[in-house]
Design a protein around this ligand. Structure first.
Ligand SMILES: Nc1ncnc2c1ncn2[C@@H]1O[C@H](COP(=O)(O)OP(=O)(O)O)[C@@H](O)[C@H]1O
Ligand SMILES: [Mg+2]
Length: 406
């Protein structure tokens, strides 16, 4: 199988400790390539998508979705198809709902891939990860805490501030916090001082620009925030409007694949450094639910001609990956102010991984060609890096996989 072949650097050019380090790294990559190839034969994988609360048996009581719901089933199928092409023999897709544990047991699943935003309720992005932790099934996905942190824009922005990463000034509002009227709400003055707009008002937990609204002056905040609160039944985030260009950058672990060959970079892999091309007067990037991401809407930054901007985004992404102790892919949404300074809008714990089709793309997928990677390479990178982290740092979680290897 192709997975078993490994590439080696010429060791003659390397000296002493550096040589030892590279040899150790190569040996571990070769070992990992072989582990992944062996696991592909026997490890039973479930790619998990968002369950539908209206399907009988999905939940006890259908409640509410503070986070706009999407099933992500089609993308789960894309991921599953890539895993099969890579060589994984047993791959199924199943919904994330109350039956998850039974389904995993029924199909004798060893390993999961989380491509779900949850079914319903608060913190839904973290529910599947929390259940898998309880079941003792390892997965590609963020820990429950990381997923919940990133999906809550207030918590994430606070953490970003503590980590010294620029993010726009903000406040959070819900009706029990009093009127959102200039002069009557001390939190408004505390967050924004004399600044009177424009503002962005958005759900604290959201996706794809749903319910994200630009408001020109502070006196328009109350009505907009109330509307978003009524739609989401969750606190509303208000932040100052950044009028500059918009960028995205993806970042994942240090093990990546090119043409099926694993490499260890020695640092997190930041890629898909793109500009979101906004129409004139498009203040909020139009939701992909209303306007699919076409290739003319994402422009890959030129690593050489735009090296300053490119390097800033890559450095920002790598340092967030390390500072937040992340263990799998995220995509940062970043926006510049009128001076060109960069601010993080949010970190997406489950960026879109749709395979490219015709004129359609995903933001993450659009950046692969520049890295010499295919979609299948990205999927192999994510599962191989995860297996590496689990086998080197969490052996207790993967003891059931040892028997598959031996
Ligand atoms: N502070 C801001 N300044 C300017 N535009 C913003 C700001 N916050 C959000 N936006 C716009 O709204 C879009 C969606 O906001 P974002 O924070 O990424 O949430 P989500 O993608 O989860 O809906 C962004 O892509 C951007 O176009
Ligand atoms: Mg976003």
């Amino acid at each position: 199988m192709e997975l078993l072949e490994t590439r080696r650097e010429a060791p003659e050019a390397l000296m002493g400790a550096e040589q030892d380090r590279v040899v150790r790294r190569q040996t571990r990559v070769a070992e990992l390539q072989e582990q992944v190839a062996r696991l592909a034969e026997t490890m039973r994988i479930a790619v998990v998508f968002g369950g539908n609360k209206h399907v009988p048996g999905a939940v006890i009581n259908p409640t509410f979705n503070p986070r706009h719901w999407k099933s992500y089933e089609a993308v789960a199928e894309d991921i599953a198809a890539a895993l099969r092409r890579i060589g994984f023999r047993y791959v199924i897709t199943i919904p994330d709902d109350m039956s998850l544990g039974h389904q995993l047991r029924r199909h004798q699943i060893h390993f999961a891939w989380l491509n779900t935003g949850g079914v319903q309720g608060l913190g839904s992005v973290s529910h599947a990860a929390a259940m898998l932790e309880m079941f003792g099934i390892p997965y590609v996905g963020h820990s429950p805490l990381s997923a919940a942190t990133m999906d809550n824009k207030q918590v994430m922005k606070r953490d970003l501030m503590i980590a010294g990463v620029p993010t726009a000034p903000f406040m959070v509002w819900q009706p029990n916090r009093g009127p959102l009227t200039p002069g009557q709400n001390p939190r408004l003055e505390k967050a924004f001082g004399a600044y009177d707009g424009p503002f962005i008002v958005k759900p604290i937990s959201g996706r794809a620009s749903r319910f994200v609204v630009a408001v020109d002056h502070a006196d328009g905040l109350a009505a907009t925030a109330e509307g978003i609160y009524n739609a989401t039944q969750n606190p509303v985030l208000i932040e100052s409007y950044l009028s500059g260009r918009e960028f995205c950058v993806a970042v994942c672990g240090e093990v990546i694949a090119r043409q099926g060959q694993l490499e260890r970079l020695g640092h997190p892999f930041a890629f898909a450094v793109i500009e979101r091309v906004l129409d004139q007067d498009e203040r909020v990037f139009t939701s992909m639910d209303h306007r699919p991401i076409t290739t003319d809407r994402v422009r890959c930054l030129d690593r050489k001609r735009e090296s300053d901007l490119y390097d800033k985004l890559v450095t920002m992404a790598r340092s967030i990956y390390e500072e937040f102790e992340l263990e799998t892919l995220i995509r940062l949404d970043v926006r510049a102010d009128d001076k060109g300074d960069l601010y993080v809008l949010e970190a997406n714990p489950k960026p879109d991984l749709a395979a490219a089709a015709e004129n359609r793309t995903s933001i993450v997928g659009a950046g692969l060609k520049n890295e010499g990677m295919s979609y299948d390479d990205l999927i192999l990178s994510l599962i191989a890096d995860r297996i590496d982290v689990l086998f080197s740092q969490r052996r207790a979680v993967v003891s059931h996989l040892d028997s598959l290897l031996n």
